[in-house]
Design a protein around this ligand. Structure first.
Ligand SMILES: C[S@@+](CC[C@H](N)C(=O)[O-])C[C@H]1O[C@@H](n2cnc3c(N)ncnc32)[C@H](O)[C@@H]1O
Length: 212
């Protein structure tokens, strides 16, 4: 039996989210508005945005809603995920996503291509040295004055702390603590970015913006 296209898409999303993208699932559960708040950081007039480590593209979807006429480029190693994201954006009304199947440490795009580079919930998956390489690529891809927007997990305090700690322990890499308490922000600075600022008031999320 052939499922209707929207149902097929939902089944596909659920499968990829469960196997590849726990961040997407966690944010769907605890912070559905967080991704729109991340996308709100892109300056008005953004014309080219490159999304590194796209995964299921949850923040990319918000950029597509905000900038329906912009050039959006998704970079991921996994071609199946790039197809999922293209479908996801098409269903939301954005046509023409450029999927680049590539290593985010060495992206086959010219330097100074992008007004904005977004990296959401991907860096925590990588070891420190690879995070540095990806941030270096982000700097290369941005035009001078362009904006880097990084969102990723943060340390959770207060009553939700035990649940968050359990989730991090079960679902995320053991080095995730390197991202917390300014660790990720320092790596952004070390990659040469300026005006680095960090906010930690979104559910599960730290939001870092910086300028090239
Ligand atoms: C957790 S997901 C990203 C989540 C997504 N950006 C979001 O906002 O929901 C991590 C993604 O990074 C991709 N990935 C891991 N290492 C990579 C690399 N070196 N280059 C490109 N993509 C990579 C994986 O295929 C996976 O799709």
């Amino acid at each position: 039996m052939r499922l209707p296209s929207r149902l097929r898409y939902l089944v596909m999303m659920a499968r990829y989210t469960l196997t590849n993208d726990m961040a997407d699932l966690a944010l769907r559960l605890v912070g559905p508005g967080a991704r729109a708040r991340v996308a709100a950081e892109a300056p008005a007039g953004t014309r080219t945005l490159v999304d590194l480590l796209t995964g299921t593209g949850s923040v990319l979807l918000e950029y597509a809603r905000r900038f329906p006429g912009a050039r959006l480029v998704a970079v991921d190693l996994d071609p199946r995920l790039l197809r999922v994201v293209a479908k996801r954006l098409t269903l939301s009304g954005y046509m023409g996503l450029e999927g680049v199947e590539a290593d985010a440490r060495e992206v086959p795009l010219p330097a100074e291509t992008a007004d904005v580079v977004n990296i959401s919930f991907g860096l925590h998956e990588l070891k420190r040295r690879d995070r540095a390489c990806v941030l270096g690529e982000a700097a290369r891809l941005l035009r001078p004055g362009g904006t880097l927007i990084v969102s990723d997990y943060r340390r959770v305090r207060g009553p939700a702390r035990p649940a968050a700690a359990l989730y991090y322990r079960l679902a995320e890499p053991r080095w995730i603590g390197e991202m917390f308490d300014g660790g990720l922000e320092r790596q952004v600075r070390d990659a040469g970015f300026e005006d680095v600022s960090r906010r930690g008031n979104l559910p599960l999320t730290q939001l870092i913006t910086a300028r090239k």
